[in-house]
Design a protein. Structure first.
Length: 64
């Protein structure tokens, strides 16, 4: 009975450690990837509006 309890405690510890390391190793998503994922979720009409706004902002920034 004691061996079973020890094995359960060790298994829980190993799982918790693995979960912590897995969460820690993930890199935060950069802004460009986040923006692209957001754009991909939009409908084609909404996507066109956003792309036009970004294009207009980019074009107006080049003139300065």
């Amino acid at each position: 009975m004691t061996l079973a309890i020890v094995l359960i405690v060790v298994a829980v510890f190993v799982l918790a450690l693995g979960l912590i390391l897995f969460k820690r190793s993930r890199q935060p998503e950069d802004g460009v990837a986040s923006f692209r994922r957001h754009i991909d979720a939009l409908s084609p009409a909404a996507r066109r509006e956003v792309i036009d706004r970004v294009q207009n902002a980019r074009d107006s920034g080049k003139g300065k």
